[in-house]
Design a protein around this ligand. Sequence first.
Ligand SMILES: [Zn+2]
Ligand SMILES: [Zn+2]
Length: 348
Amino acid sequence: MKALVLNAPNDFGVKEVPDPQPGPLEVLCRVERIGICGTDVHMVQGHYDHWPAYYPFIPGHEWSGQVIELGSGADEFGWAVGDRVAGSSHAGCMHCPKCIEGRYNLCLNYGHSQVHSHYGHTVQGAYADYVVHSIRSVFKLPDAMSYDLGAVTDPASIGLHCAHRGGVETGQTVAVVGAGPVGILAADAAKALGASSVIVAGRGARLAVVDHFGFEAFDTSSPDGLDRFRELAPHGADVVLDAAGTPETIALSLSMLGRGGRCAAVGIPIEDVSISLAPLVLDELELVGSRAVAGEMQATLDFIADGRIRAGEIITHRYPLDDFGKALEVTDRRIDGAMKVLIDNSLD
Ligand SMILES: [Zn+2]
Ligand SMILES: [Zn+2]
């Protein structure tokens, strides 16, 4: 099959590799669409010590496709050739204490490839003609749902998980910092969970995206941006979802919280952050992490299907796999207003 192979940081190419084979309780899928994630950009550029787990490596974890072969036992769980699916990146061991409590994104056997897979990070991902996934990490698409929407289900589920980690409740004021794909999807997720007011902080061309989605916006690059926020939320936000993950945005996010507020950080920082602890103590603020997804894929599919999470509207560009380098550059440099860039295997 054809696949994108990463040989070393910033050294990649599309080439022929052997087809993967499904093992027990796995399915072999033909990949239709793969979304480029911010994590992929950092991974290609060599910003993570631990991802990819080895070279040469095939990344890619936001994908949709069709089951073309079943590994042994998959049929016992209702899987069939022809099923259309959305992939999710974590397949926990389902035996450790964290998996048992439903937090398989925190699996204690992370990275032990006999029992755990983090697709596109520790084991082969989806920038390819075919991918093998555990039946624990594929989800059936509703009949009417397109492969495009299937491929943006994973990032949307990350937005929903972040809103859950923030503890969003009915009637709350929620602010989202970062107006990229995950930020916008997290904003829709917060609304779907009942937030009465959702304010999104961004800058540059992405402010127009916030406007398009109908959220209140404020400009983080403007000196009076925070004043604008204080007008919209005089007592601060009940919940802030940080979808940017830089030292500046974590500090900003904490400063936007009202007393007793909670910040959930989903952007993975590539440098350490210093935070001001006095307000955290005196205002009883909470800062929590939000890693990937822990059980939200099905609810996300439902929210996308009924339009509450407008995942299709973040797709701005598509390229064939052969043009991965161009697609990566468009994503990284946000060329032409790029939000979610898809690799579309139906294109030549
Ligand atoms: Zn992703
Ligand atoms: Zn586990």
